[in-house]
Ligand binder design. Structure first.
Ligand SMILES: Cc1cc2nc3c(=O)[nH]c(=O)nc-3n(C[C@H](O)[C@H](O)[C@H](O)COP(=O)(O)OP(=O)(O)OC[C@H]3O[C@@H](n4cnc5c(N)ncnc54)[C@H](O)[C@@H]3O)c2cc1C
Length: 389
């Protein structure tokens, strides 16, 4: 039975993250205005807070599993800001390593911060259109191609790069490779300038005759099956855990916007009566109730996707549902709050206009909302990606 009851220890953890969030908000505007700067590995106040991951690992087993707690932590963190109190040393490529790496690879790179590079100038949603190539040459792979919009591409120590080993094989030919910074032929070509999450570094990368050892192929399987998608499906499993995480980020922005709006209305002497019946509800009350309900629905969808992972059940469909709903509230709720508050909400004195910009990404990276809805439809109606794309 699903049970999202939190232990006292869980509640303490979430409370600490919210307190940390208030610290990160102090730095939010600076790193929004100065996208060219990398935020520090740890903010000066980090020393005031004990290290969270260790506490999570040591928490006694309760009704709520670790993945579910991590989603709640993600919502609480994002409620603060995209500036992080301290980097934990992992990024999206680490999730790929955990999902598809061999035990030896996990041992070797488990503590290395790895970004993930899939997107190219001519390929985003349709990852089978990847043009970056990986060719075997003796005991090496030689990579050639360009990648764009790589989150933490500048800060990370290495990158998990998706490349095709045989373009004629479609998805089955796509493999992922660990490429460390400093490898000859691997260059950061620029830092992207963005609408939102400007404190998060996003890079364009190039690979020119970039030689990496043969055992840098994630999972180690060089075969290309005649049928099916081979190792591709395994790497795609990365997203079953990270998509709910992206949803959590979007929900955090929605929650922050709702809290800000409630406080701003209170300061203006507007009291929200949640209990008032439908017939006598004000337009503002109706709007806020709708937004609260949407944010709650997205939260429950996200916790369900994480709970399935906690009990070792497939969550491919639920991960996409959570991502679709989380991405939606990240857009609709800050936008709705701005409608309620009017001009005040657009002032750069506050963070609401920034949360609107920051939340937009939740519906884009790791598969856009449209792509999530395709995945959902395929899972429900039993279509393959060839049949419904
Ligand atoms: C800040 C930021 C960080 C990012 N970080 C990373 C990263 O770390 N690693 C990485 O590899 N990529 C990253 N990306 C890239 C991101 O994953 C892609 O932008 C995303 O997958 C969409 O690809 P695209 O931009 O090429 O859009 P396209 O695929 O060209 O799509 C354009 C529009 O068409 C829609 N669309 C496309 N195909 C369909 C379809 N079949 N049916 C219906 N609608 C469709 C899309 O939903 C979208 O609205 C990042 C992007 C941003 C902005």
């Amino acid at each position: 039975m699903i049970d999202f009851t939190l232990s006292e220890n869980d509640r303490d953890i979430l409370e600490q993250i919210r307190r940390e969030g208030l610290v990160t908000r102090k730095y939010a505007r600076h790193y929004d205005d100065h996208e060219e700067e990398l935020s520090p590995i740890a903010l000066p106040e980090a020393a005031e807070f004990p290290s969270l991951p260790q506490r999570v690992m040591q928490r006694p087993a309760g009704d709520t599993g670790l993945a579910t707690l991590q989603m709640l932590m993600g919502i609480a963190r994002s409620w603060g800001d995209t500036v992080v109190l301290r980097y934990q040393g992992t990024a999206l490529g680490n999730a790929a390593l955990n999902a598809a790496g061999t035990p030896a690879q996990k041992e070797r790179w488990g503590k290395t911060m790895l970004a993930m590079a899939i997107t190219e100038p001519g390929c985003g949603s349709d990852s089978k259109a990847i043009k970056t190539t990986a060719k075997r040459d003796g005991d090496h792979w030689v990579l050639d191609g360009e990648k764009i919009f790589v989150t933490t591409g500048i800060r990370a120590e290495g990158v998990v790069v998706w490349a095709t080993t045989d373009a004629s094989a479609g998805r089955a030919g796509i493999k992922s490779f660990v490429v460390m910074k400093g490898t000859p032929g691997f260059e950061i070509t620029r830092k992207e300038k963005k609408l939102g999450i400007r404190s998060s570094d996003t890079a364009a990368l190039s690979f020119t005759h970039c030689r990496i050892p043969r055992d840098h192929l994630l999972g180690g399987d060089e075969s290309i099956p005649k049928q099916g998608s081979g190792g591709f499906r395994g790497v795609m499993k990365t997203f079953n855990m990270t998509r709910p995480g992206v949803a959590a980020g979007g929900i955090g922005k929605a929650r922050a916007s709702l809290d800000f709006t409630a406080e701003a209305l209170e300061q203006e002497g507007v009291r929200i009566d949640w209990e008032r019946g439908r017939a006598s509800r004000s337009a503002v009350e109706a709007k806020l109730i709708q937004m609260e309900a949407d944010a709650e629905a997205a939260t429950l969808a996200t916790l369900r996707a994480a709970w399935l992972a906690d009990v070792n059940r497939d969550n491919n469909l639920e991960a996409s549902i959570s991502k679709s709903k989380g991405g939606e509230v990240a857009r609709s709720v800050p936008q709705g709050c701005i409608e309620v508050l009017g001009a005040l909400a657009t002032s750069r004195q506050y963070l609401l206009e920034k949360w609107l910009r920051d939340g937009r990404i939740s519906d884009i990276y790791e598969g856009t909302g449209q792509i999530q809805r395709l995945i959902i439809a395929r899972a429900i109606f039993g279509y393959t990606s060839e049949e419904l794309s």
